[in-house]
Design a protein around this ligand. Sequence first.
Ligand code: NAP
Ligand code: G4F
Length: 327
Amino acid sequence: MSRKRALVTGITGQDGSYLAEFLLEQGYQVIGMVRRSSTVNFDRIAHLQELEALDIVQGDLLDQMSLIDILREYDPQEVYNLAAQSFVPTSWRQPVLTGEFTALGVTRVLDAIRIVNPDIRFYQASSSEMFGKVMEVPQTESTPFYPRSPYGVAKVYGHWITVNYRESYNLYACSGILFNHESPRRGLEFVTHKVTHAAARIKLGLQNELRLGNLEAQRDWGYAGDYVQAMWLMLQQDEPDDYVVSTGETHSVRELCEVAFSYLGLNYEEHVVIDEKFYRPAEVDLLIGDATKAHTQLGWKPSVDFPGLIRLMVDADLEALRTEGYG
Ligand code: NAP
Ligand code: G4F
């Protein structure tokens, strides 16, 4: 019997690497789309590269033909669109580019599916950033959106074009509204990894200060390894739908600092310095998701809690620094 085939855009990112691992474990042939760059950045998928079941192909969300060609050549049954400009502060510096990747890029993938094979099942990586200045607590699939950044605005477009193509062309297209999810593979510019990495470096005497922005912002933080399973579950149902994926708990950046530093026997107040540079033009103050629909319809549940997540990230940062010869 031939393997099921899945195309993953954004395979070099945090979620792409965990999703590729998960799909390979399920017996899939995984086609990972990467954009051309002068230096390869395959760190997160280096351990998978030799596998015969993984094909890396060049393509770009900005290039319609590259998407059509990949679908024609590999004929996947499932497409996971994870590629995006995903860092919120960059979206104020590059709002048009963010719109091209994160908003219009979704339409390009959907159009490629519509043209090549409308039976392909599609997952769109939507975001809790769409809730922005929240209209309801906790946030559910029916909470109205009020995005607070060009990134959030672009993701709202990506969400609605997914719903629209489902309703217009009868595509099996799902929007996963995922709340923040983290891991040792998270980019170092995101606040969780910035904090755990700095705490580990401070513990080893490699730095003394950590400069942060708004410590009072609250997020619903989960573990990325859990969240990619929800993506897959969405594409295995009888009917396509949209789902919130979250832990149902919220914690502030201040609490994140307390947990990370105290785990190493440190007091965050002696090291954290507030720097206006990291404040945003418009902030998302509070996110907390209600994932009841994902629990009941998908049978999905998170397996890692907030302190467990932060501790596993601190441990991974300490180990990586020690492997590099520090401490
Ligand atoms: P990430 O680590 O920043 O990865 C983004 C990926 O997109 C990278 O592989 C990047 O490739 C690729 N990419 C960017 N622009 C592209 C383009 N024009 N063409 C092709 N590939 C392109 O993000 P992540 O945390 O894994 O998140 C995955 C997706 O989920 C994103 O869409 C993000 O917005 C969304 N999301 C994330 C979270 C979260 O908490 N992590 C929550 C909700 C939604 P390079 O390696 O070449 O840069
Ligand atoms: O870690 P963050 O940069 O994540 P943010 O903005 O919530 O976005 C992430 O989650 C979204 C899902 O809700 C994804 F869609 C998106 O792609 C991305 O993965 O910032 C979290 C909070 C913010 O309120 C920010 O103001 O931390 C606050 N913060 C305080 N000091 C900081 C810092 N954030 C960063 N990145 N760096 C700081 O120094």
